[in-house]
Write a protein that binds this ligand. Structure first.
Ligand code: NDP
Length: 471
């Protein structure tokens, strides 16, 4: 049992003014794994005051000094990579495969920002005007539970690269992971007040950060509902806001694709991070003429998916993070049945032998219409909807018929054809022929999937304010 009683303010672990306690439960077996004390508004005030004080000197540091800090952070996190993976599996229930990849992304985010900084121009010229890109100020970072370490690392790396100081509010369900990560940051020797972290509820600590006049920008990853609430509150003090929100990503398989390869890949993709992934391709769009063959391939793929203990190397789908999330996914499976979609695999209830944890069966609905709730709403669990289309034009229309626009996927034997389709899809990221990742490419959503971009040059510019000096 881990008892986390302190948060991190002004370069040290401090006892909080808040006294409320939150229980940390292992989602694999419902056994308690720890407790975390939650902060309150007073703790947020302290953290913001520390970040504000530190900003004065930190915003003036050289690029060389910031590269050194990013290097130190990378070393400190790398040293504890194995522990971080184990804690993530225990507390979050992420599969070993996913947690390992997620930690590599977290560590990689420091390198990516170092690379970005090496080529970035903080001073530019336009005609007679001299443009300085200056750090925006104190940044409030608010993160969800589904890949906590990598979100915190990548947002912190960007803030440091820009010369900003931060106050982080992680999900309380990620408290053990954040504690360990904070120990790494502490060891990295950041100047006091550059990184502050307050555990607490979104409605208390998150809201206090969002409302505070000394926070210049919010970088938020989470649900679209909460993102809108944050944007509304932030407008009173005209904060800059970056929102990375939900998705309902289409995966278009064109009629010339290799279906034997594409369909199993599509099923596994929909179950990435046990289905708790914003970029998961949860709408599989296939030619109507090939629906029967697709159904057979998809059913066989679902049968081969290993749902179970996330610590095992072979597990593809672990438990949902919480009982609440389990119930939410069960609710949507029932909605799919009620809406008349055909259940192809999985369904309601827990898989046999896994009754102790928040496990969901690897589920597929077919004959789904795009106006059904299971095709329009983010389920955030291992539930795939197969939607048939008549022709390419209709496939594109269905792909775009959503309030979301985070990611999309196109598979075709003809790359030129796939590119043409990709260019007509309203999404921040479109992958062709497989699940590609480029940590330097701008990441973010069209429509209600978000505002602004993260990663690389585009991500860094979101933490900077252009100042024009006219000569
Ligand atoms: P939530 O939106 O519920 O919560 C995200 C964070 O916001 C949590 O730390 C939460 O605190 C906090 N929060 C809640 N209410 C407020 C508030 N009023 N003011 C400030 N902060 C608040 O998302 P989940 O944690 O449930 O994460 C899942 C969601 O995240 C999914 O919709 C998913 O698509 C999205 N997501 C988006 C990604 C992207 O890059 N686009 C990547 C990963 C996930 P608390 O935990 O106390 O509620």
């Amino acid at each position: 049992m881990k008892n986390i009683t302190k948060s991190y303010i002004n370069g040290e672990f401090v006892t909080l003014h808040g006294t409320q306690v939150f229980n940390l439960i292992n989602p694999t077996n419902h056994q308690p794994v720890g407790q975390v004390t939650l902060g309150d508004e007073e703790d947020v005030q302290r953290a913001i005051a520390a970040a504000k004080a530190a900003f004065k000197s930190f915003s003036q540091t050289s690029v060389t000094a910031r590269i050194q800090l990013l290097e130190n952070l990378k070393q400190a996190v790398s040293k504890r990579e194995k522990e971080l993976i184990e804690v993530m599996i225990l507390e979050y229930g992420g599969t070993r495969q996913f947690c390992t990849m997620s930690l590599q992304n977290a560590i990689g985010s420091f390198d990516n920002m170092i690379d970005t900084l090496r080529h970035f121009e903080f001073q530019r010229k336009s005609g007679n005007t001299f443009i300085q890109l200056t750090p925006v100020g104190v940044v409030g970072i608010i993160t969800p539970w589904n890949s906590s370490n990598s979100f915190i690392c990548s947002k912190l790396a960007t803030a440091i690269a820009a010369g900003c100081t931060v106050v982080v509010k992680p999900s309380e369900m990620s408290a053990s992971q954040t504690q360990l990560l904070t120990e790494c940051f502490d060891e990295a020797g950041l100047p006091k007040g550059v990184y502050n972290m307050v555990n607490g509820l979104g409605s208390v600590v998150g809201a206090a950060i969002t409302n505070h006049p000394d926070i210049a920008k919010i970088s938020f990853t989470g649900s679209t509902v909460t993102g809108k609430q944050i944007a509304r509150s932030a407008v009173d003090t005209v904060k800059r806001v970056t929102l990375e929100l939900g998705g309902k990503s289409p995966n278009i398989i064109l009629d010339d694709a290799n279906f034997e390869q594409a369909i199993p890949q599509a099923v596994l993709g929909a179950y990435m991070n046990s289905g708790q992934a914003c970029i998961a391709p949860t709408r599989l769009l296939v030619p109507k003429a090939k629906l029967e063959a697709v159904n057979q391939l998809a059913k066989a793929a679902a049968a081969s998916v290993v749902v179970g203990n996330p610590a095992n190397d072979a597990t593809n789908v672990g438990p949902m993070v919480s009982e609440k999330q389990f119930e939410r996914v069960q609710h949507y499976i029932q909605v799919g049945l009620d809406e008349g979609a055909t259940l192809l695999a999985g369904g309601p209830g827990k898989p046999t032998g896994l009754e102790e944890g928040n496990f969901v069966k690897a589920t597929i609905f077919t004959n789904v219409r795009n106006d059904m709730r299971i095709a329009q709403e983010e389920i955030f669990g291992p539930v795939l909807s197969i939607i048939p289309y008549e022709n390419e034009e209709e496939a594109i229309a269905i792909a775009n018929d959503t309030m979301y626009g985070l990611a999309a996927y196109v598979t075709s034997a003809n790359e030129v054809r796939a590119l043409k389709v990709a260019s007509r899809i309203d999404a921040g990221r479109v992958c062709i022929n497989g699940f590609k990742h480029d940590p330097m490419a701008p990441f973010g959503g069209f429509k209600q999937s978000g505002l602004g971009r993260e990663f690389g040059v585009y991500g860094l510019e979101e933490y900077l304010e252009p100042k024009s000096i006219l000569l």
